[in-house]
Design a protein around this ligand. Structure first.
Ligand code: KG4
Ligand code: ZN
Length: 338
C-alpha cells in the first residue's frame, strides 16, 4: 500500500511516501523542512512564525517527496496526516493541505495522532516488532508512558505534569548559552563532564508513573544563578552531565515502576529525546538487566518526520480509521485517551 503522509505539528514540515504492507516497510521518501534557524533567533518556537513557515514549505515539499519516491499520485492509496496534538496553527496547515489533496485525488484520508506516530517509527526500523508492548515517548512537547495493546489501542499510564523532557533539555541548554534547541548539544557536552558532580532533584513523581521536569530545570537555573552571584566558575560539562544523569535516572526509575506494575517484555522508546546517547545507554542497561527487548528508532527517525505518521497511518487504515472532510486539527488529544 502506498501512503502519502504529512507532519506539521510543531517546527518541522515533513512529507513522506511509504510503501508498506504486512511483510514490508519501505520509506520511498521522507522530506523534512526544519524551521530551527528561524526559531533559534527567539530561543524557542514562535507559533505564528511556525504556521507561516509551514504554509510556505508544504506545497514544494510535497512535490519533492512525490518526485523522490518515484510514484505518481495515481499510485497513492491513501493520505495520512497528523491532526493532534501540537500547535494549532501548525496542525491546521498540514490538515488543510492533506484534506484538499485527498479530496481532489479522491483518496482516503487517515487522521494520525502525533504521539502514536512517534511510537510507529519503531516499526520502520524493526519490522519484527509486534504489539502488545510498553512505550515511552520523550520529545520536546511530550513525555508519555503507554501500554500499547495493539498498533492502534494506546492506554496512557504516565505523563509529565508540567514540562516535557525535551523542554527541560532545551531550557537548561539555553541557560548554559547554547542555541535552541540545545538537546543534541547537551548530549555532546554531557559526555565530557562528571555526572555525579551536582545533585539535581529527580523528575519521577512518587506513587505514580508521572514526571515533573520543571523542578530539575529550575534547579539548573538556580545553580547557575548562585554560581554567578558568588562569582564562581561554572563547569558547563559537569552541569550538562549531572542534568542528563538526573533525567536518565528519572526515566529509568519510572520504567522500573511500570515494569513492576505491568511486567512488560518489550519496550519501545521514541521521540526526539530518544536520540540522546546517555538515555539510550541507561534504558539499554535497564532492559538488559531485566531481559526486556528494547526497540528504539534510529536517530534520524526519533525527531518529527512524516514517515512515522505514514507508518501509523497504515495501522489506522487497517483498523478502519479514516476521516471525512470535516476532520479538524486539535491542539490537545486529552490526558486519558490518545
Ligand atoms: O520529537 P521532536 O522532534 O519534537 C516534538 O515532538 O517535540 O523532539 C524535539 C526535542 C527537542 O527538545 C530536542 O532538543 C530534543 O528533542 N533532542 C534531544 C536530542 N536530540 C533532540 N534531547 C536530548 N539529546 C539529544 N541527542
Ligand atoms: Zn514529536
Amino acid at each position: 500500500m502506498i501512503i502519502l503522509a504529512f507532519e506539521s505539528s510543531c517546527d518541522e514540515t515533513s512529507v513522506a511516501v511509504l510503501d508498506v504492507d504486512e511483510d514490508h516497510r519501505k520509506i520511498l521518501s521522507n522530506k523534512i523542512a526544519t524551521q530551527i534557524s528561524v526559531h533559534a533567533l527567539y530561543g524557542g518556537v514562535v507559533p505564528e512564525i511556525a504556521s507561516r513557515a509551514h504554509c510556505e514549505a508544504i506545497s514544494g515539499l510535497c512535490y519533492a517527496a512525490i518526485e523522490e519516491s518515484g510514484v505518481t499520485m495515481d499510485q497513492v492509496d491513501a493520505v495520512a496526516v497528523t491532526y493532534t496534538p501540537g500547535l494549532i496553527g501548525s496542525l491546521i496547515v498540514g490538515v488543510s493541505f492533506a484534506k484538499a489533496l485527498a479530496f481532489s485525488y479522491e483518496k482516503p484520508l487517515i487522521p494520525v495522532n502525533h504521539i502514536k506516530g512517534h511510537v510507529a517509527a519503531a516499526y520502520l526500523d524493526h519490522p519484527e516488532l509486534e504489539a502488545p508492548f510498553f512505550a515511552i515517548v520523550v520529545s520536546g512537547g511530550h513525555t508519555s508512558m503507554i501500554n500499547v495493546a495493539s498498533p492502534t489501542e494506546f492506554i496512557p499510564v504516565g505523563r509529565t505534569r508540567d514540562d516535557a523532557a525535551g523542554e527541560a533539555f532545551d531550557k537548561s541548554a539555553r541557560k548554559l548559552g547554547m542555541p535552541y534547541p540545545g538537546g543534541a548539544e547537551m548530549d555532546r557536552l554531557a559526555s565530557l563532564g562528571n555526572p555525579d558532580a551536582i545533585k539535581f532533584p529527580l523528575a519521577a513523581i512518587k506513587g505514580s508513573l508521572d514526571f515533573s521536569f520543571s523542578g530539575v530545570k529550575t534547579a539548573v537555573v538556580n545553580y547557575l544563578h548562585t554560581k554567578e552571584m558568588k562569582g564562581e566558575e561554572v563547569c558547563r560539562e559537569d552541569v550538562a552531565a549531572s542534568f542528563t544523569k538526573t533525567v536518565c535516572d528519572s526515566i529509568v526509575k519510572q520504567l522500573k515502576n511500570a515494569y513492576r506494575e505491568f511486567g512488560y517484555g518489550k519496550l519501545v522508546m521514541a521521540g526526539g529525546v530518544a536520540a540522546n546517547s546517555h538515555l539510550r545507554n541507561a534504558v539499554g542497561n535497564f532492559c538488559r538487566n531485566n531481559k526486556i527487548k528494547l526497540y528504539i528508532p534510529n536517530v534520524g527517525l526519533c525527531g518529527d518526520n512524516a514517515a512515522m505518521i505514514g507508518m501509523q497511518g497504515y495501522y489506522e487504515f487497517k483498523a478502519g480509521v479514516t476521516a471525512g472532510l470535516d476532520l479538524t486539527a486539535k491542539a490537545t488529544s486529552g490526558k486519558s485517551t490518545l
